[in-house]
Design a protein around this ligand. Structure first.
Ligand code: CIZ
Ligand code: SF4
Length: 366
């Protein structure tokens, strides 16, 4: 059974307080049969109900360890797919709103990646020379592609370990879908920009010459996150002109120029921990999703830390926002009645191959 927008809509007529109370009651009724995993980018009205919050690496580990019958994922589609893949077959992964996708993940699909692999094989011995690395922000069939071709998954927390592992095996990496995470991580490992090329999936041979392909160490897919690409170096300059003491911290999905102007670059877990461990009085300018930055602002203002968002406009992840309290309530109340709605189930063969690539990642992650 999948989302019935009318059923969810009928809940939007309820007051916010009643929705919140009913979520708590449904959670209580389900007890240990349920675990709610909440990504850092979720909005507050939903995030507060998470049993475990974290980034995709932490949440995929918790999904793999959990004994709960139902894993309700407050996050986006690829995260619920990962929960399904790493959990046991009898466990059920649920995404409260099926429209919660990821525009970056959609920038790479299996047809485009297989075409790239075929075209690259005209120039290179692909299975000996290239490790395919997919960011966890990608569909399960791309993780399966990496599983089949000796490749691996990465998150923003372990991207460096994953690239070290990959270059330890083969001389080149095809990195998709996010060019920025690939470029920022490789550059920090000492790979110069001239050793990186961008694969334009809309063009034959990625728009590259044979020489460019032969000469590259990193082949970066031309994908990006529409939220993180809003952050601009000029904003950092203007902010620092007003508050020169500011420390700048950015997510590696931000552009190269923004990351170069940042004092720290890292995943959401890294950003949270770095601000948590900083001295009272520190002023932070943060380049990541708005809901997380607002939460950090609220959490740390009592310690005298100043947390600011790296944009004058409201740029938040609209697909993360799809998971509203009404959708969460709708999925939980159905479970109370033993009705499973919005189950995310990855086909068995694909899941098995994707698990190979995910397990390689989990084994080498810190
Ligand atoms: O890996 C994740 O959870 C994402 C999407 C961001 C981050 O760095 O935590
Ligand atoms: Fe995808 Fe960007 Fe939203 Fe993360 S913030 S889920 S990468 S669109």
């Amino acid at each position: 059974m999948s989302a019935n927008p009318l059923e969810i809509q009928s809940l939007t007529g309820l007051g916010e307080a009643e929705i919140q109370q009913r979520i708590v009651a449904a959670k209580q009724a389900l007890g240990e049969r349920l675990i709610i995993l909440g990504h850092h980018y979720q909005r507050e009205e939903v995030f507060r109900h998470a049993d475990v919050s974290g980034d995709s690496l932490k949440l995929s580990r918790r999904a793999a360890d959990s004994d709960a019958e139902y894993i309700v994922f407050c996050g986006v589609h690829f995260m619920a797919e990962v929960a399904d893949i790493v959990s046991r077959p009898e466990q059920i992964a649920i995404l409260p709103d099926l429209a919660a996708g990821c525009s970056m993940a959609d920038m790479a699909n299996l047809a485009n990646v297989e075409r790239a692999w075929r075209e690259l094989s005209q120039v290179l011995a692909v299975d000996e020379q290239i490790t395919p690395v997919t960011y966890i922000n990608s569909a399960a069939d791309l993780k399966a592609f990496c599983g089949r071709h000796g490749g691996i998954v990465c998150t923003s927390t372990n991207a460096r370990h994953v690239l070290d592992w990959s270059f330890g095996r083969r001389e080149k990496v095809l990195f998709f879908p996010d060019q920025h995470l690939g470029r920022n991580t490789a550059f920090n490992m000492g790979i110069p920009l001239q050793d990186m090329v961008v694969w334009d999936f809309d063009q034959p041979m990625g728009g590259l010459t044979r020489e460019q392909i032969r000469g590259a160490k990193m082949i970066l897919w031309k994908g990006f996150c529409s939220v993180h690409q809003m952050f601009k170096p000029a904003f950092i300059d203007q902010f620092k002109a007003r508050h020169p003491e500011t420390k700048v911290i950015s997510h590696p999905e931000s552009s190269f120029e923004v990351c170069q102007k940042s004092d720290h670059v890292g995943s959401t877990e890294y950003i949270i921990n770095t601000i948590r461990d900083s001295e009272p009085g520190t002023r932070w300018l943060v380049g990541t999703e708005l809901n997380l930055v607002n939460r950090l602002h609220e959490q740390f203002k009592h310690e005298g830390k100043f947390v600011h968002f790296m944009s004058g406009t409201v740029c938040m992840c609209s697909t993360m926002f799809r998971i509203g309290p009404e959708a969460l309530l709708w999925s939980l109340e159905n479970l109370v009645q033993d009705k499973v709605v919005n189950q995310i189930k990855v086909p068995e063969t694909e899941a098995g191959q994707a698990l190979l690539a995910l397990n390689r990642m989990l084994e080498i992650s810190p």
